[in-house]
Design a protein around this ligand. Structure first.
Ligand SMILES: Nc1ncnc2c1ncn2[C@@H]1O[C@H](COP(=O)(O)OP(=O)(O)O)[C@@H](O)[C@H]1O
Ligand SMILES: [Mg+2]
Length: 282
């Protein structure tokens, strides 16, 4: 959905420091975080609670301005929210309860004046079909299960055809089985639609399943620990030895203070732990 050439990163986050000003003091959420997302990536921000993942996503969305550093999307400096970036949150209640499923998906298209009513309806139906909700277009949100609400939220986001889809722990409130199903569906959807995804999670397993690249962030304030390639994994490899090994390695990198890996192991190439310049590993 991007106009960028494949050689140019779609999103560049450059030494971004993010802070909150409270009445008493300043809270630093991230410290000089850098990463680049290429068109078609499923890029995951992974780190413990409070490490600044949501804050980073909000900054990319344009809700928060960096204290230092900059964010560039498709060659343009991000300084405010725009329809080229759409966020899907964890909360079930992100749908408007008085509107039907179809009206919910149409709403953003109409409110942003992206499309007229007829085109908006067609596009809404198209994406609702993609997430398997064709039979529920006239249902109201309170009649839907958690997984179905998540599907509506995804259809609504994709219908905007954003340059990048931002997801903040979108499945965290779902039961384990529904969560796995949603991860699987998200991958299928990506296969069909080929959108660019920036996905936040604190679950190592979810990161490995959903992402093709994973950025590991240290605890508060978030700094880049390493970047891992994970395109070899899908839902069916979760029991495999390579998956478990990578999960353990990520756990070490995330939680062991000053963890440094010894290079040499054939299937575990050297992992840089310093953040600048960060290298891709695995
Ligand atoms: N509105 C806010 N005001 C002050 N501090 C905040 C605010 N939102 C988040 N923080 C703090 O910023 C840090 C990062 O938060 P957040 O981005 O929500 O982390 P994560 O999503 O990784 O759990 C935390 O220490 C959190 O307490
Ligand atoms: Mg969060």
């Amino acid at each position: 959905m991007s106009t960028s050439t494949p050689l140019q990163p779609l999103l560049q986050v450059q030494k971004v420091t993010l802070e909150y000003q409270t009445t008493q003091h300043i809270v630093r959420a991230t410290h000089e975080v850098s990463f680049e997302v290429d068109p078609g990536d499923r890029f995951v921000l992974l780190g413990p609670s409070g490490c600044g993942k949501s804050t980073l996503l909000k900054a990319v969305a344009g809700f928060i301005r960096p204290r230092e550093g900059q964010i560039v999307l498709d060659g343009q400096l991000v300084h405010e929210p725009g329809p080229d970036r759409v966020v899907v949150f964890q909360e079930f209640d992100q749908l408007l309860p008085w509107k039907t499923v179809k009206q919910n998906v149409m709403f953003s298209l109409l409110a942003s004046r992206t499309l007229g009513k007829r085109e908006a309806e067609q596009r809404a139906l198209h994406y609702l079909d993609k997430v398997g909700l064709s039979k529920f277009v006239d249902a109201y949100p309170h009649t839907l299960s958690g997984g179905m609400k998540a599907r509506v939220a995804i259809a609504r986001a994709l219908a905007m055809q954003p340059k990048i889809l931002l997801m903040d722990e979108p499945f965290a409130a779902l039961d384990a089985l529904t969560r796995r199903k949603m991860q699987e569906e998200l991958l299928q959807l990506w296969d069909e639609v080929k959108f660019t995804l920036l996905f936040v999670t604190h679950s190592i397993e979810e990161a490995l399943v959903v992402g093709n690249r994973i950025l590991l962030l240290s605890p508060h304030p978030g700094r880049v620990r390493a970047e891992i390639n994970s395109h070899a994994f899908d839902l069916h490899s979760q029991q495999g030895a390579a998956f478990q090994q990578t999960a353990r390695r990520i756990h070490r990198l995330l939680f062991e203070e000053g963890a440094v890996e010894v290079p040499a192991a054939e299937n575990e190439p050297a992992a840089p732990v310093s953040s600048h310049p960060q290298k891709r590993i695995a």
